[in-house]
Design a protein around this ligand. Structure first.
Ligand code: ZN
Length: 127
């Protein structure tokens, strides 16, 4: 058994697998984004009726709307996924930013754009 060859093959497999996970997540978020944008447009139509006399409320509808906040959040996720896809391409994806260890695939499947492995994240007091 040629260990080096096996490692390369494994790396290639991981790359394909990770790209698939990220692309699936991307499609999922894009779907959610479309729904949120539709709700947001509806919301804007409704609120513009009620806030006609309070133009100040409409200064920043994105900041004051739940759907606007959701859209903002989803766009951030998309950016993270794009960045992660680039990382997969150059081979640095799935590495914990804090301890440089490989983040377990199971964790990446749940949160593909995480920067930290579970122990590091737990240490920082997040989940
Ligand atoms: Zn770590």
């Amino acid at each position: 058994m040629d260990a080096q060859k096996a490692k390369v093959r494994n790396g290639k497999y991981m790359k394909v697998k990770l790209t698939k996970i990220l692309e699936m997540k991307r499609a999922e978020i894009q779907g959610k984004l479309e729904v949120a944008q539709q709700s947001f447009r509806k919301e804007l139509k409704q609120t513009s009726v009620f806030t006609k006399n309070h133009p100040a409320d409409m200064d920043n509808p994105v900041a004051t709307s739940i759907n606007g906040a959701r859209i903002d959040n989803l766009l951030k996720c998309l950016k993270k996924i794009d960045l992660a896809l680039k990382k997969v391409e150059i081979g640095t994806f799935g590495m914990c930013v804090a301890c440089s260890k490989q983040i377990p695939l199971g964790r990446l499947e749940v949160i593909p754009f995480t920067d930290y492995c579970t122990p590091c994240k737990t240490e920082m007091g997040h989940t």
